[in-house]
Design a protein around this ligand. Structure first.
Ligand code: HPA
Length: 272
């Protein structure tokens, strides 16, 4: 796995000479956020050696390099999921590659189903902690030059970045809720009984990505800010049937709100 990360990095680095400070991962329907940056290069995943490619509708799969408020950033447009048949280790390879490019912080976004009563469609929830129901991406041999064998996850979502996001949301006048994210494997949406279980376990919102990405980032010593956009009430809690198309459609409606927070947060985080 580590060799594969290095090979991917070498094949990218040969063609793109750009030093991003912050990495951004865009979830379902949030791809339009990449158009908000002053872009310099873009690199489709399939042009990078050894990169798993995204197969999901709404995830085009490329890195976009550019600037947000003069801060050099790299945006991953379209992530790779466990449910696509990749191992957890493979699914986080693009995250490791982002970190290998030299980013000092990662902003992970996703669409999620709201479990807590006050989390409604259209809300934005900052992730304070997570529960992962997917095997850890750290299973397997560890290379200590990347990170510890047993990383501490107590503050996986960095408290200083959380404070920055609160300030950013306040400044742009967007309400920012907070809560615990739970990652199921997908690709099927959960059953109502699974959602009752998730609620009893302490989860506030549910999705199919992000937790394992955070684990990989924490392993490599990188700070993470997680932002969930609530695209629907979780199974059994709303009146609608769940569909990926609705998730995308709802996401597209809040891109503006989310990008306002992100732009402001990038600015504040880069000054740290
Ligand atoms: N469950 C899992 N993943 C999701 C959901 C959901 O309800 N909505 C958006 N992504």
């Amino acid at each position: 796995m580590w060799k594969r990360v290095e090979r991917a990095y070498a094949s990218l680095h040969n063609r793109v000479d750009f030093k991003p400070q912050i990495g951004l991962v865009l979830g379902s329907g949030l791809g339009a956020l990449a158009e908000e940056i002053e872009s310099v290069y873009s690199m489709p995943f399939e042009n990078i050696q050894g990169m798993p490619t995204s197969t999901v509708q709404g995830h085009s799969g490329r890195f976009v390099f550019g600037y947000i408020n003069r801060v050099p950033v790299v945006i991953m447009q379209g992530r790779v999921h466990y449910y696509e048949g990749y191992t957890p280790q493979e699914a986080v390879l693009p995250i490791r590659l982002l970190i290998r490019m030299g980013v000092k912080a990662l902003i992970l976004t996703n669409a999620a189903g709201g479990i807590r009563d006050d989390l409604n469609t259209g809300d934005i929830m900052m992730i304070t902690d997570h529960i992962s129901l997917v095997p850890s991406p750290l299973i397997g041999r560890n290379d200590p030059s990347y990170g510890d064998r047993f990383p501490d996850m107590t503050e996986a979502y960095d408290p200083s970045l959380r404070e920055i996001a609160r300030q950013a949301a306040k400044k742009v006048g967007v309400e920012l809720k907070e809560g615990v994210y739970i990652q199921f494997t997908g690709p099927n949406f959960e059953t109502p009984a699974e959602i009752r279980m998730a609620r009893a376990m302490g989860a506030d919102a549910v999705g199919m990505s992000t937790a394992i990405e955070t684990i990989a980032a924490v392993h490599m010593g990188i700070k993470v800010l997680g932002l969930s956009f609530i695209s629907n009430k979780a199974a059994g809690l709303g009146s609608e049937k769940l569909s990926h198309l609705d998730v995308q459609a709802e996401s597209e409606k809040v891109v503006g709100k989310l990008s306002a927070i992100i732009k402001e947060a990038v600015q504040l985080a880069s000054n740290k």
